[in-house]
Design a protein around this ligand. Structure first.
Ligand code: SP5
Ligand code: ZN
Length: 338
């Protein structure tokens, strides 16, 4: 399997608010290092990413948001505090036509949706490298590989067109899907198996029929990202019927997960999807510190085998997963079964 990885992720380790206190994020550099080691040991050759395509980035994210992300740390360090993470402290009131503020502190609130995320020196460089990994893995598939994997860090599926949150800044899975579309695939699917709802990917493609988005995740009634991921969210405008959510109860086992997964795969196979992106979070793992599901390493292998039955050109993009010691084994199990 083609595996794309980069050391650039090391420039990013943000702070997050945990129980009212600021702490180094659970989304750590160690995560990617462990996955990298496991994939190397499993015999995968690692490729470096190509240059990032900024036009592609602009087809997924708003230009103003990209301008903000690329300069936020510099502005925060110069105008606020070079020794503290750049974080929002207020967010817009709901139901209003929001005017984007000029000030960096205001823009942090405008361009984010939560306090589990901050911007530090090196965040933009790492986010760009992750996006270029997704882009490079997609290019490998476009040029004939059946499957390629991008070891993206920071993850991406919570990032919307113009907001960061949930440890995500640039939506790597959406970038892969858009690249597959640009290369001529008429319809593309993103299948998100991360423990958390892929709210950003859903939002980016919500009104489009050309990208089917499917997410299997913990019911947002009781879990982050709290406000999206319900079964009734089916798309809008042209996109009606092209978004599917499978919320599962807290503590779900692989039995429940597999039932949803088989429905998702059947839906993909039954429609005219020409290429697939898998948003591969492994935080559904039984020992994950953020998750509550009871999925085992063997189950991740079964998951890979079930999804491979789509028989589609596939880009696999790394999303969440926080049980650091088991991350490599779980990703390797999924990839080898796929
Ligand atoms: C990509 C991804 O998996 N993002 C997840 C972001 C979750 N952020 C909120 C985490 C809140 C954790 N609080 C529970 C701690 C239990 N020890
Ligand atoms: Zn997650």
């Amino acid at each position: 399997m083609h595996v794309f990885a980069s050391h650039q992720h090391r420039s990013h380790h943000a702070y997050e608010l945990q129980r009212g206190k600021l702490a180094l994020s659970t989304e750590s550099p160690d995560r990617a290092e462990r996955i990298r080691d496991a994939l190397k040991n499993a015999g995968h050759a690692l490729s470096k990413p190509d240059e990032l395509d900024h036009d592609l980035l602009q087809r997924v994210h708003d230009a103003k948001y990209l301008e903000f992300l690329s300069s936020a740390w510099r502005r925060w360090a110069a105008e606020v505090d070079a020794d503290a993470p750049a974080m929002a402290i207020s967010w817009p009131e709901r139901g209003r036509n929001v005017i984007r503020p000029e000030n960096i502190v205001g823009q942090l609130g405008y361009h984010s949706f939560g306090a589990d995320c901050s911007i530090v020196d090196g965040t933009w460089e790492a986010a760009m490298a992750a996006a270029s990994l997704a882009h490079s893995a997609t290019n490998a598939v476009i040029t004939g590989a059946h499957v390629a994997y991008a070891l993206c860090r920071p993850p991406g599926h919570h990032a919307t067109k113009d907001q960061f949150g949930g440890y995500c800044y640039l939506n790597n899975s959406a970038i892969a899907a858009q690249r597959l579309r640009d290369a001529g695939n008429k319809r593309v699917a993103v299948l998100d198996v991360d423990y958390h709802h892929g709210n950003g990917t859903q939002a980016i493609f919500y009104d489009r029929a050309d990208v089917l988005t499917i997410s299997i995740h913990a019911d947002p009634t009781h879990e982050f990202p709290w406000f999206t991921g319900h079964a009734a969210e089916s798309g809008s405008g042209d996109g009606v019927g092209h978004n599917l959510n499978y919320p599962l109860s807290k503590g779900s086992s692989f039995d429940a997960f597999r039932t949803a997964l088989i429905l998702a795969v059947e839906h993909i196979v039954a429609t005219d999807v020409e290429a697939l992106v898998i948003a591969l979070g492994v935080d559904a793992y039984v020992d994950d510190p953020l998750g509550t599901f009871t999925i085992t390493t063997e189950d991740f292998a079964k998951m890979g085998a079930i999804i491979s039955e789509c028989h589609l050109p596939t880009v696999i993009v790394q999303e969440g997963g926080y049980a650091t010691d088991a991350l490599g084994t779980n990703v390797a199990a999924f990839l080898s079964a796929f």
